[in-house]
Design a protein around this ligand. Structure first.
Ligand SMILES: [Zn+2]
Ligand SMILES: [Zn+2]
Length: 109
């Protein structure tokens, strides 16, 4: 029988293998004002200014995004969706992106 209690930190998804990594999906960021006020402290103490999901996962269950980045299956799905917006909005999105880029290139002053 497979007892999850045998592992100190079992995988949250399959409960069969020990967790070797944590979900790196950012679920919360500091409010910009708090971030600004505490920025020096954050920089000094080298604290990240965001919170990650941190669900423990084994290698089998983790979805590897980048060399050092793994997402849990739930956040992997969200991540895939987050990249894709409805087709009908894409034209407007492209237009605004072009506008922003032009403003950045020309400068406002
Ligand atoms: Zn697992
Ligand atoms: Zn996650």
């Amino acid at each position: 029988m497979n007892n999850p209690e045998t592992f100190k930190c079992p995988c949250a998804i399959c409960h069969k293998r020990p967790a070797t990594r944590y979900c790196d999906y950012v679920i919360d960021c500091w409010h910009p004002q708090i971030f600004l006020r505490d920025r020096m402290r954050c920089v000094k103490e080298n604290e990240p200014s965001y919170e990650t999901c941190d669900v423990p996962m084994c290698e089998e269950c983790a979805k590897n995004i980048d060399r050092e980045i793994d997402f849990c299956p739930y956040h992997f799905e969200l991540y895939q969706k987050a990249k894709e917006i409805p087709e009908k909005w894409k034209k407007e999105q492209a237009r605004v992106k072009r506008q922003i880029n032009t403003e950045l290139l020309n400068g406002s002053d």
